[in-house]
Design a protein around this ligand. Structure first.
Ligand SMILES: Nc1nc2c(c(=O)[nH]1)N[C@H]1C(S)=C(S)[C@@H](COP(=O)(O)OP(=O)(O)OC[C@H]3O[C@@H](n4cnc5c(=O)[nH]c(N)nc54)[C@H](O)[C@@H]3O)O[C@H]1N2
Ligand SMILES: Nc1nc2c(c(=O)[nH]1)N[C@H]1C(S)=C(S)[C@@H](COP(=O)(O)OP(=O)(O)OC[C@H]3O[C@@H](n4cnc5c(=O)[nH]c(N)nc54)[C@H](O)[C@@H]3O)O[C@H]1N2
Ligand SMILES: [Mo]
Length: 769
């Protein structure tokens, strides 16, 4: 028997086609103009061998091993659910009593799944928060440095998260669009919370048809839509700020800054100008100076600066360029450059980050909230900026400087992850595992045997969204989507919220945790709250029953273009920014006051430890970029057919320029070894002119497959780039992930390569059926 149910995912809304209790197809939502390709992997993932069939505990942990045990190589012993709940409840109570709430790391960073009620991370935070608190993680891997910086200088993170100036405004007004990092189409496959419509391709096409000229400033040509035409400026990685300063230099020399905008709407331009001219350090940031760092010809820099001054220009950068050591600087420099051009707040001009970083950026929509999950406040004040997780584990009792604050790092005894995968997302995985092993106990809720589950002491199998009812909703999307349960739980999997409800019961607060609502009552409650929030903005949406029956609600887009900062630019006194001065802070007294040498009061050029201009490039001469995968969402769906079809000999592919391949006698399609002082990974070689010489690129998301499970220095047979990336903060200001500052060397793989085994359960645990 075949049934179809409305559903949604971060990679798009769909109809779940179910035959005899199994998902056979995820059929795109009819209203999606350009559905994503990732839906094809869903049946493979949901029913695949990598599902966790039942709860497990690590054998050594059951024998009493705690702090300092080696994780990842031990066997797993099956448990029944009652036993699993009892063990976790007792251990949580013990650790809380003996070591206090901050000793539980419950930050649990990660994307979980699209439904807002069953969102695993929200549910874990609710459970740990009600139980007394935990150490949390603030900011994100996506734009952690940028989101710490922007409130200081623009007074908002909307310039990263949206709403940003619409594509329609760009089509109608922009003549030149400078795209640092490109406009990766693959990133538009995804919307956090689930997208009903992928409109970015038609919107970009409309801008191209209207005659907007695009410039792709990136080491990689492949992350720029061919249909936009345009110019490719193959810059060296991590040198964008240098190019921006040189463009500023050209504008100053030519007298092309918008002096009226600078004086009316900004503060601190003089200090920035002096720096660009080289007054404080004797180094004028000329196009010639920048050419040596960026490998972009001085003439190109000069021409682009003058073209930008002569035409309505939109400046944009991907989120990726701030995911580098000193990643705050190119973003701040771009704000300064956009301010010099004077277009901030004018239709189709100014600045925004991430037009190519996620679906929905620049898509017209009303400013309504998305349906929110059942969050509670963490009563314990301890937190870290998310990407400092290894430092947290390594340096208990010490201070971490962040954004003007001194954070005391707690002694972490328990690590709990639900809905995220640090062995996907974090840098320098060998070092992470050494820190990880310091914990007494690691609990992981996961549907799949991902690397984080394999490195747990207690594994709690979670349902996927298809096994429960939920509501998909994203702030960047105009559809809210009903997610009907389509199949029964696979194996013994349970919903995260039901797992936590049982744990809350053991701790004596079940009623507080559930508020005595079942799933259906929760969905009606959360929808009802959202409906009220819409009504407060004069937007009428149907009642819950109608919504659930129809499968979706659409909030039609507004008729007029949205132009970010328009009110401010029109009258900065009446509509100040939320900065100390009320204006764009080209110089920030606040940031200067933090006293961090690497981040003075205005944007500066700072060399990353690892880039093509650093001493280490003698030993490791290739800059490795690790960007978002086109064939999956991070590690999610890696076990599906779309990701599998893109691998080379079953390994993640690495792109390399023909010049670099020839220099190493390497050929397309062969297996290679990518290495540096932090480790080595196997990969499949793709030789292509799309990437500039000296730079190689690999997508993230191939599941970590150490050759010797449990070792912290083992080669990854599958091609997880985070074995190689360096784990430093962007700076003390932002403390973001600096994954894009990474040097490597590459050679042919010698001998027979052991197979990738990570999509099957670990040897000692049986597979789900
Ligand atoms: N080198 C390098 N590293 C990077 C990046 C990079 O550019 N380069 N990018 C970074 C960025 S921007 C991000 S956002 C991170 C992403 O990092 P993550 O968000 O941690 O990656 P995901 O693979 O999406 O992890 C989500 C996990 O939740 C699980 N899950 C899904 N649904 C459920 C559920 O209902 N319940 C439970 N309990 N679990 C569920 C999935 O199986 C998956 O393992 O990676 C970062 N890491
Ligand atoms: N299909 C798919 N889409 C996704 C995701 C996914 O996993 N899969 N993840 C989503 C998430 S969580 C996020 S945060 C966004 C991330 O969005 P981004 O961070 O913007 O995307 P990336 O793919 O990491 O990088 C984009 C481009 O930046 C270039 N780049 C890297 N370093 C530099 C540099 O120093 N200078 C310049 N000029 N260019 C550089 C890379 O070559 C790459 O082509 O993507 C989202 N979209
Ligand atoms: Mo992200």
């Amino acid at each position: 028997m075949t049934v179809t149910k409305p559903h949604s995912s971060h990679w798009g809304a769909f109809e779940a086609v179910v035959e005899n209790g199994r998902l056979t197809e995820a059929r795109p939502f009819a209203r999606d103009p350009r559905p994503g390709s990732l839906l094809a992997s869903m049946p493979d993932a949901v029913h695949g061998a990598a599902r966790i069939d039942r709860p497990y505990a690590r054998a050594g942990w059951l024998r009493g091993e705690r702090r300092g045990s080696a994780r990842g190589g031990d066997s797993f012993i099956p448990l029944d659910w009652d036993e699993a709940i009892r063990l976790v409840a007792e251990e949580t109570a013990r650790i809380r009593a003996e070591h206090g709430a901050p000793s539980i790391l419950g930050g649990s960073y990660g994307w979980s799944s699209a439904g807002r009620y069953h969102h695993a991370r929200t549910q874990l935070h609710r459970f740990l928060g009600m139980g007394g608190g935990f150490t949390s993680q603030v900011t994100n891997y996506s734009y952690g440095a940028g989101m710490t910086l922007m409130p200081h200088i623009l007074g908002t993170n909307e310039v990263i998260q949206g709403r940003v100036t619409d594509w329609g405004s760009i089509a109608r007004n922009t003549r030149l669009m400078l795209c640092f990092g490109g406009l990766p189409l693959k990133n538009g496959l995804v919307t956090s919370g689930g997208g009903g419509a992928h409109e970015y391709v038609p919107l970009m096409r409309q801008a191209a048809a209207a005659g907007v000229r695009f410039v792709n400033i990136s080491p990689f040509r492949g992350d720029f839509p061919e249909f936009l035409g345009g110019e490719w400026v193959p810059i060296r990685p991590n040198t964008d700020a240098a190019m921006m300063f040189a463009m500023a230099h050209v504008l100053i020399e030519a007298g092309r800054e918008d002096a009226a905008f600078l004086s009316r709407c900004t503060v601190g331009y003089e200090a920035f100008r002096d720096y660009v001219l080289g007054k404080p350090d004797g180094v004028p940031k000329t196009p010639g100076w920048a050419a040596a760092l960026t490998d972009v010809p001085a003439e190109t820099i000069r021409r682009l600066a003058l073209e930008a001054a002569a035409a309505p220009t939109m400046c944009t950068a991907t989120w990726s360029i701030q995911r580098a050591e000193h990643g705050e600087q190119p973003w701040w420099a771009l704000v300064a450059l956009a301010a010099m051009l004077g277009g901030i707040g004018r239709p189709g001009q100014g600045i925004a980050f991430g037009y190519g970083s996620m679906n929905g950026m620049g898509t017209p929509r009303h400013e309504v909230p998305s349906v929110a999950g059942p969050a509670v406040r963490n009563p314990c004040g301890a937190y870290i900026p998310v990407a400092r997780v290894t430092e947290l584990l390594e340096r208990p009792g010490e201070i971490l400087q962040y954004n003007g604050r001194d954070l005391l790092l707690p002694d972490i005894r328990m690590i709990w992850w639900a809905g995220g995968n640090p062995f996907h997302h974090h840098q320098d995985l060998g070092r992470l595992l050494r820190g990880w092993n310091r914990a007494d106990t690691v609990v992981v809720n996961e549907p799949w045997w991902t690397a984080v589950a394999r490195h747990a002491d207690i594994v709690l199998p979670a349902t996927t969204s298809l096994e429960r009812n939920d509501i998909g909703s994203a702030s960047r999307d105009r559809f809210v989507r009903a997610m009907h349960q389509a199949i029964a739980p696979v194996g013994q999997a349970r919903n995260d919220t039901d797992i936590f409800a049982d744990l809350a019961d053991a701790a004596g607060f079940r009623a507080g945790f559930t508020e005595q609502r079942d799933e259906s009552a929760w969905l009606q409650h959360l929808y009802g709250r959202w409906r009220q929030a819409c009504a407060a903005q004069d937007i009428r949406v149907p009642d819950f029953e109608t919504f659930w029956e129809t499968g979706y609600v659409e909030i039609p887009p507004p008729a007029t273009d949205y132009v970010q900062f328009a009110d401010f630019a029109a009258d900065p006194a009446a509509n100040p920014l939320n900065t100390p001065s009320g204006k764009v802070e080209i110089f920030s007294e606040t940031i200067a006051g933090f006293g961090y040498a690497e981040t003075p009061g205005h944007a500066v050029w700072r060399e990353p430890t690892e880039f093509l201009g650093s001493a280490l490039a003698q030993k490791y001469p290739l800059h490795m970029l690790s960007f978002q995968p086109a064939t999956r969402l991070h590690g999610q769906l890696d076990s599906g057919r779309v990701a599998a079809a893109d691998k080379i000999q079953g390994r993640e592919k690495l792109r390399m320029n023909p010049v670099d391949a020839a220099a190493r006698s390497l050929v397309d399609g062969q297996m290679i070894r990518v290495f540096n002082d932090r480790g080595a990974v196997a990969a499949g070689l793709r030789v292509t002119e799309e990437i500039r010489p000296g730079v190689v690129a690999m997508a993230t998301g191939a599941w970590w497959n150490p050759e010797r499970p449990g070792a912290t220095d083992s080669t990854c047979l599958h091609g997880n780039p985070n074995v190689l990336t360096s784990d430093v903060g962007t700076s003390r200001l932002g403390q973001g992930s600096a994954a894009q500052s990474c040097l490597v060397q590459i050679e042919a793989w010698q001998g027979e390569a052991p197979p990738v085994t990570v999509h099957a359960p670990p040897p000692c645990a049986s597979a789900a059926s």
